[in-house]
Design a protein around this ligand. Structure first.
Ligand SMILES: Cc1cc2nc3c(=O)[nH]c(=O)nc-3n(C[C@H](O)[C@H](O)[C@H](O)COP(=O)(O)O)c2cc1C
Length: 164
């Protein structure tokens, strides 16, 4: 799959808005993710409001690029899912699916870590006034790339261990 070997973190965006059809494809990719016992513990908040993006960009020390992104995606966990212990893993797969789909659509994207850092979770929840049945997991900044990055080659055969 080309996107796996092409995707990078994009943190600079042109001013171009992300089309509604592409946002739907990102969401379809997210929800195509597998999850433990098929629990699908995710909810997504699509943020295009500039003032809210600006506020979200200050919820962690490393989210400043959101202030200049046309689109932010907040990934939430539904606390009352079947196997809460697996919810973060499930949502991580959904995030990666969004990131890869963004790449395939010619968009740039970066995951901005929130959970498991409690202060960051609280900061995002305060901006969104997240209902208590949900908890913030991660932020993604998305937009048309204003930078070109080549993926680092991280393949290291020494990390592979064969038991024959
Ligand atoms: C769980 C997770 C959290 C991350 N958090 C941040 C972040 O807060 N801010 C940021 O600019 N990049 C963040 N990144 C992007 C990583 O820095 C990036 O994936 C890594 O440096 C490898 O670069 P690449 O994505 O271009 O291959 C995060 C990535 C992951 C998977």
């Amino acid at each position: 799959m080309n996107e796996i070997f092409h995707r990078t973190s994009i943190r600079r965006f042109t001013g171009q808005e992300v089309e509604t059809e592409k946002i739907e494809l990102l969401m379809r990719a997210a929800m195509a993710a597998p999850s433990a016992a098929n629990q699908q513990p995710w909810e997504f908040v699509i943020v295009t409001n500039k003032a809210v993006l600006e506020q979200l960009s200050k919820t962690t020390p490393y989210a400043s690029c959101l202030a200049n992104a046309p689109l932010g995606i907040v990934v939430l966990i539904r606390k009352e899912c079947r196997i809460p212990e697996y919810a973060e893993i499930d949502c991580s797969i959904a995030c990666e699916n969004i990131w890869l789909e963004a790449d395939s659509l010619g968009l740039g994207c970066v995951w901005l870590g929130v959970a498991p850092v409690k202060e960051r979770v609280a900061a995002v929840d305060a901006v969104l006034r997240t209902p208590s049945v949900f908890e913030t997991f991660a932020l993604l900044a998305v937009g048309y790339p204003a930078e070109e990055r080549r993926q680092q080659d991280r393949f290291d055969p020494k990390r592979i261990h064969y038991l024959r």
